[in-house]
Design a protein around this ligand. Structure first.
Ligand code: SAM
Length: 489
């Protein structure tokens, strides 16, 4: 249904009734008004809204709704999904029924870009995260401080803004995180909040991790497993009495700070100093922990991984094994191949592969701390003799390492690659084509770079035969793709 009415508002902005028919990759609802595409952030397909919008900027294509009221809500809306959905910008698709969200994401993020690039591979709508496991599944949360009525709270950015809206009770994170944030707010209440614009202030963010979501970690005899991490990020350690704050926060997290009996949340505290501009969390800088720990334990499938505030780890603990199993199944292992795991992080996929082959697995990862942890993890799993982890850029190391390892009899025939958002360099696609692989599985978090890289891999002799999707980010316009490539001919 097209637009129905047209007028100008008192602020002279065009206004009218819009029917939202799709989603833009930014997460905004898409509608058309007299031939003009108008983005309506916060609206979902099927909504009919009264909106006022700013016209396209010179050279731009889209009008942008500045405000809207819902005339009739989408039949695909699920108002029960998240109590924070209207305010918090974390989940632009979080107002949709989950099944509708999956269908929209599959079409928008994978089917259409692949078809537009000339790939004829079918993409199935993923089964999605099982009902009953759609809350408390995220193992990581990053929240920013905000003062509301004089009280310190923690939250997320409102959609398309840097205004922080309280979100301690995000349904996607485990309940202890909300309680830990409340106790942290009480202890840090006097610490001045950092202002991104001026660079003034001290408290920048809090990062939380839970290595036990989706599984349990073994406890070493006589020593409780550390699975919960809280990292307050400060602009400067010297601007506060860090030892005193640390002692107070530990006591609060352990439930030992008042007359009232409280649960011991068993949280490991690692502080981070980050004086850089920008809003990266935890961002660069030194860490400090009173008992000199730098990581917690996280279980992923059969192994335990040391992860710190900076280490990459898939955040959806329920879907990560689903994703990894799809990638492993797509390799069609015979059980004795040498393998590559590129962009290997702390070695989660590497160790899963090493458990399924008698051959050796080579992992390459740029973050030296992750590589150090990967080696630690392999040793803990007894797999250090069949894995090798090298720190550096894949584009710098791959060809030389393959040549070096070939002289030691290492002949990888299959590879998993799981690059970051920016995908792989053209030189890596070429090197993979030249490496004599029979099969390559590309795990991608960014459909745009996946499509670009798929073309490069095809030019290098590896043909895309299948794309599967796994939903790792409920409510977000994001799908993880698992692409299988085989040697042409
Ligand atoms: C999406 S993560 C995947 C990590 C791991 N496979 C997992 O599932 O946890 C991508 C990883 O690639 C690393 N990385 C990014 N660019 C890289 C590059 N050019 N060379 C090597 N590693 C890189 C990042 O540090 C990150 O650990």
């Amino acid at each position: 249904m097209p637009s129905m009415t047209s007028s100008k508002t008192s602020d002279n902005l065009p206004a009218g009734t819009l029917t939202v028919t799709g989603l833009h990759p930014s997460g905004a609802g898409l509608s058309t008004f007299e031939g003009l595409t108008v983005l309506v952030p916060g609206a979902i397909p099927g909504d009919v809204v009264d909106a006022r919008w700013t016209p396209p900027k010179p050279g731009g294509r889209f009008g942008l709704a500045q405000s809207f009221t819902v005339v009739s809500a989408s039949p695909d809306a699920d108002p029960t999904r998240c109590p924070l959905a209207d305010a918090c910008g974390g989940c632009p698709a979080g107002r949709l029924r989950y099944e509708a969200e999956l269908a929209v994401k599959t079409r928008l993020l994978l089917e259409e870009p692949l078809r537009a690039a000339g790939f004829a591979v079918p993409v199935e709508t993923p089964a999605g995260q099982p009902e009953g496991a759609r809350t408390g599944f995220r193992n990581k949360a990053i929240l920013r401080p905000v003062r509301i009525d004089g009280k310190l709270r923690f939250g997320m950015y409102r959609a398309r803004s840097h205004e922080v809206v309280p979100a301690e009770d995000c349904p996607q994170t485990p309940a202890w995180m909300a309680e830990a944030l409340r106790r942290t707010a009480e202890v840090l209440t006097e610490v001045p909040l950092y202002d991104e614009k001026t660079g003034e202030g001290i408290l920048r963010a809090v990062l939380l991790r839970d290595g036990a979501v989706g599984g349990t970690t073994d406890e070493e005899p006589g020593k409780a497993a550390r699975t919960r991490l809280l990292t307050p990020v400060l602009k400067s350690f010297d601007a506060v009495d860090l030892q005193t704050l640390d002692a107070m926060l530990r006591a609060a997290l352990a439930g030992r700070d008042g007359r009232e009996e409280k649960e011991d949340l068993r949280v490991t505290l690692i502080w981070r100093e980050n004086a850089e501009p920008g809003n990266a969390v935890p961002g660069p800088g030194r860490s400090w922990s009173a008992d000199a720990v730098d990581a917690i334990d996280a279980r992923v499938m059969d192994d335990i991984f040391a992860v710190g505030p900076d280490t990459f780890l898939q955040v959806n603990a329920v879907q990560t094994p689903v994703l990894y199993r799809k990638a492993i199944d797509a390799l069609e292992l015979t059980g004795d191949e040498d393998l590559l795991d590129l962009y290997s992080g702390v070695g989660t996929i590497t160790l899963a592969l090493a458990r399924r082959t008698k051959g050796r697995v080579l992992g390459i990862e740029v973050n030296p701390k992750s590589v150090e942890n990967a080696r630690r993890n392999a040793a803990r799993a007894g797999l250090e003799n069949r894995t090798r982890f090298e720190a550096g850029l894949v584009e710098d190391l791959l060809s030389n390492l393959l040549a070096e390892e070939a002289s030691a009899g290492f002949r990888p025939v299959k590879a998993v690659i799981d690059p970051a958002f920016k995908g792989i360099e053209a030189s890596v696609a070429k090197a993979l084509g030249d490496a004599g692989l029979t099969r390559l599985v590309y795990v991608s978090c960014n459909p745009q770079t996946f499509v670009r890289d798929a073309k490069r891999l095809e030019a290098a002799g590896l043909k895309l035969i299948r794309v599967e999707a796994v939903d790792m980010f409920l409510g977000a316009l994001h799908l993880e793709a698992v692409g299988t490539f085989v040697r042409n001919g």
